[in-house]
Design a protein around this ligand. Structure first.
Ligand code: PMT
Length: 433
């Protein structure tokens, strides 16, 4: 699968560096040419000789150790990679990448490369959820860097939790699947470019995908409003996955705390009415709509022009119904593939199937939003995807990027099959994280 592919493996200084030896070996066995750059800290955990022996290539650790006068090593390595894979990636290297630091051979090469970059983090569980690390990973995601999630389990530091480097087999599978799906094709044009659809072949090449994300906000007065906990992560992951599959993506985002992906048309909206207008204006020309946004069902009847003053013991705010955007899309549907999300806290299947039928959807993605490790705000989700034929797929708890990728694969298959959703399988499919 990896025959003819040149992979630049960046190994950084954590205890998981020893696993990078197995990773290097497996990539070689799959036919890849592997070049290794180690940080100085990585050499404290494992020797250069190990990687030199496994990769059959010289190993680089020092930007100034130029062995060939006819080439500049970090530029040469940067230019010839089909993929740069940083595994394990420490919190430190992730921070440097996010902020463009280039103080060693690896980070200098990462700045110089135009190749796609994948990062497999490994660190202590508390470091992994530290706001600084989370923010840095969000910055990198927004630039198109892909993350291979660490595993949960007993960590070398003695803690149990998330932070263990993904297994070498898992990383190799991820890389193989990415190449198989058209990864490594020419990079996307900058955000806002007229025809993003022609930039990269893929499952959704030439398709126009409209994604809504985040929560709408409904103002009570100039400083107060009604909203919900949507962070935008799920919708952003869908937009990013659609972009990576070659689609021309429009992302209509309400209030979010996350960094939106680049290479998509981004439209910011505030209220449900704004979102409705933005969606309707583009619906005609759209092939797939994914409505991940959490839209407020009601808005205040009156929006005060000035900040409300405290008056009596009670304040009653009268609300009126917002339009149901998805229902309107369902009523006006021609050839579009319509995918809704159902945020439920009980009777997941029953409520989801009711929404699917009522809103005339092709698919509905049900998630349990009473959980703290999935749904609102989390980087992960667990979903059930239904069509009118019933359950299509159950995706166990995994990264939202994986949920998005699988959902769009199903959508692409349905389009290829003329819009027909698959029949309910005898044995329900599930995607292992
Ligand atoms: O943003 P994150 O923090 O990553 O969280 C992701 C999520 C939990 C918000 C997402 O996975 C999700 O479930 N989104 C749908 C939230 C929602 O509004 O669900 P609902 O069951 O109330 O609505 C069903 C569908 O109708 C949704 O596709 C919604 O976009 C749409 N809708 C709802 C009301 C309305 N007035 N107009 C709509 O279009």
């Amino acid at each position: 699968m990896l025959q003819g592919k040149s992979i630049l493996l960046g190994v950084t200084g954590g205890i998981a560096a020893y696993k990078a030896a197995a990773l290097c070996s497996k990539l070689k066995q799959e036919g890849a040419e592997v070049h290794v750059i180690m940080t100085a800290s990585a050499t404290q955990f494992i020797s250069e000789l190990t990687f030199q022996t496994l990769s059959r290539q010289p190993v680089y650790t020092d930007t100034f150790d130029e062995r060939d006068p006819s080439a500049v090593s970090h530029i040469d390595l940067a230019d010839h990679a089909d993929l740069v894979l940083v595994a394990p990636a420490t919190a430190n290297v992730i921070a440097k990448m996010a902020h463009g630091l280039a103080d060693d051979m690896l980070t200098t090469t990462l700045l110089a490369t135009t190749a796609p970059v994948m990062v497999a983090p490994a660190m202590n569980v508390h470091m992994y959820v530290h706001p600084a690390v989370v923010h840095n990973m969000d910055i990198l995601r927004s630039r198109g860097v892909r993350f291979i999630e660490p595993e949960e389990g007993l960590l070398a530091c003695g803690y149990t939790g998330k932070g263990r480097l993904a297994g070498p087999e898992h990383i190799v599978e991820y890389v193989k699947r990415w190449f198989a799906e058209g990864g490594g094709e020419p990079a996307l044009p900058p955000a806002g470019a007229a025809d993003q659809g022609s930039a990269r072949p893929g499952l959704l090449q030439g398709k126009r995908v409209l994604v809504t994300a985040g929560g709408t906000i409904e103002r009570i007065d100039p400083v107060r409003y009604i909203t919900n906990d949507s962070s935008g992560k799920m919708g952003f992951a869908v937009a990013e996955a659609a972009r990576d599959m070659g689609a021309c993506v429009t992302l209509i985002a309400g209030q979010t705390q996350s960094v939106p992906p680049e290479g998509v048309e981004l439209i910011r909206v505030e209220t449900a009415l704004d979102m409705r207008n933005a969606v309707m204006a583009r619906y005609e020309d759209t092939d797939i709509v994914v409505k991940t946004a959490a839209v407020a069902d009601y808005r205040p009847v009156h929006r005060a022009a000035h900040k409300l003053k405290k008056t009596g013991e009670r304040l009653v705010i009268e609300l009126e119904r917002n339009p149901d955007i998805l229902q309107e899309l369902g009523e006006k549907k021609k050839n579009q593939l319509l995918i809704g999300f159902a945020a439920e806290t009980e009777q997941l299947e029953q409520y989801a199937l009711d929404k699917l039928a009522r809103k005339n959807l092709d698919y509905i993605v049900a998630n349990d939003v009473s959980r703290t490790d999935a749904g609102f705000g989390s980087d992960r989700n667990e979903v059930h995807i239904y069509s009118k034929n019933g359950l299509v797929e159950r995706i166990p708890l995994t990264a939202k990027s994986e949920v998005a990728r699988r959902l769009l694969q199903i959508a692409a298959q349905a389009i290829a099959a003329g819009g027909e959703p698959p029949s309910m399988p005898d044995e329900v499919q599930s995607l292992e994280p």
